[in-house]
Design a protein around this ligand. Structure first.
Ligand code: NAD
Ligand code: WQD
Length: 333
């Protein structure tokens, strides 16, 4: 019998890629998503890739009654991977209450479900945003939380603390910057929240949907003056969830892992790599700094490699080719 894994936000960007890897690794993902920030395209894409029809519930996971109903329906859900949340930093500044309610509320609801559940195993989607601008790079998991730069960041910090203080078995994964999409081109980022993220914008510039990319400042203390990030292929990130789950089901733990490549790339490095990978030219101009931007951050990946045996294997080139293919397929769709 396959172990049942509840995946909240499983129709979203990272969730859909993780669902595919879970099924391929012998688990049965049960998708819960209210489709507030994704598209049916990902659901049909998942089923096409896997040549099956996975269980799906169109449910808001802040709704305790509905979530309890799902727990009762399946009886032996072995673990929950909790992706469901709003993710736009900008939007969270405008509507902080909306973010507290959904991001913290959905976790609280799940933890309530755990009180009656047979298994209390949780994998939580955290973010490198909890570190703010770290004092030491690469940043490792022992670095302290800095004052959150946005209500979104605050929700990730609060959720991690809620989990720490709960009696569940847990792994929080602090993602760095996920990019790219599945090699099949059938699933990807269908959210409307990615409008300020670098790689989707670069892809839109390449497609002629934007006149140019504005590079947000070139006077930072980095190798070319533009901000540095750790860009990780979303398929590698998805596999990290499977490794975390295998581990969680075998150990009683409260763990936190960085999930990144360990390499920092600047905005201009991404521009050059996108051009070279996809054999095209991008128009860009240098603009002002973006408020709240961290100058540079990249992961120390030693812990996840040692404990889970995971490291990123896909190249930036592969991720940027996939990002461009996804952009083109969105226009064809
Ligand atoms: P996404 O918006 O593509 O996926 C989130 C999914 O959750 C969507 O399908 C949405 O419809 C669903 N959802 C939201 N609220 C819900 C609710 N109350 N009930 C049911 N479904 C709900 O986002 P993503 O990029 O896949 O991010 C997944 C998780 O990873 C989020 O928690 C996000 O904060 C975190 N994260 C994302 C990034 C990133 O850059 N993409 C980085 C770090 C952490
Ligand atoms: C990357 C770099 C921009 C657009 C955000 C969230 C973080 C996490 C991942 C969820 C920055 C620059 C961008 C543009 C640019 N999400 N840029 N021109 O800010 O590292 O992280 O997404 O947890 O919490 O804050 O990612 O892709 O927005 O930006 O120059 O048009 O690209 O200034 O330096 P970021 P990003």
């Amino acid at each position: 019998m396959k172990k049942k894994i509840l995946v909240t936000g499983g129709a979203g960007y990272i969730g859909s890629h993780t669902v595919v890897e879970l099924f391929k690794s012998g688990y049965l993902p049960i998708i819960v998503d209210n489709m507030c920030n994704t598209s049916e395209r990902n659901l049909s894409g998942i089923n096409k890739i896997l040549n099956t029809e996975l269980p799906f519930h169109n449910v808001d996971c802040t709704d305790l009654k509905q979530m309890e109903r799902i727990y009762a329906l399946y009886e032996d859900i072995h673990a929950c991977i909790h992706f469901a949340a709003y993710k736009s930093v900008e939007d969270s500044v405008k509507y902080p209450e909306k973010y507290y309610k959904n991001n913290i509320g959905s976790l609280e609801t799940l933890l309530k479900c755990f009180e009656q559940a047979k298994f209390k195993n949780l994998i939580f989607s955290s973010s490198c945003t909890v570190y703010g601008m770290p004092d030491k790079l690469p940043v490792d998991e022992r670095a302290p939380f800095k004052k959150a730069e946005s209500p979104y960041g605050e929700t990730k910090q609060k959720c991690e603390l809620l989990i720490q203080n709960n009696n569940c078995n847990s792994v929080s994964l602090r993602y760095f910057n996920p990019i790219g999409s599945h090699e099949s081109g059938l699933i990807g980022d269908c959210s409307s929240d990615n409008a300020s993220n670098l790689v989707p914008i670069v892809a839109e510039v390449a497609a002629g949907l934007r006149a140019k990319l504005t590079v947000n400042g070139n006077d930072y203390d980095t190798h070319d003056g533009t901000c540095v990030r750790d860009y990780i292929h979303v398929q590698d990130l998805a596999i990290a969830h499977v490794k975390a789950l295998d581990y969680l089901l075998e150990h009683e733990v409260k763990e936190v892992f960085n999930v990144g490549t360990g390499h920092g790339l600047s905005v201009l490095d991404i521009v050059t790599a996108f051009e070279a990978s996809n054999n095209l030219k991008l128009k860009y101009a240098i603009g002002d700094r973006r408020a709240g931007d961290v100058e540079k951050i990249y992961a120390d990946g030693a812990k996840i490699k040692k404990v889970l045996g995971w490291k990123a294997v896909r190249t930036t080139e592969e991720a940027l080719i996939a990002a461009w293919n996804w952009q083109k397929s969105t226009q064809d769709a």
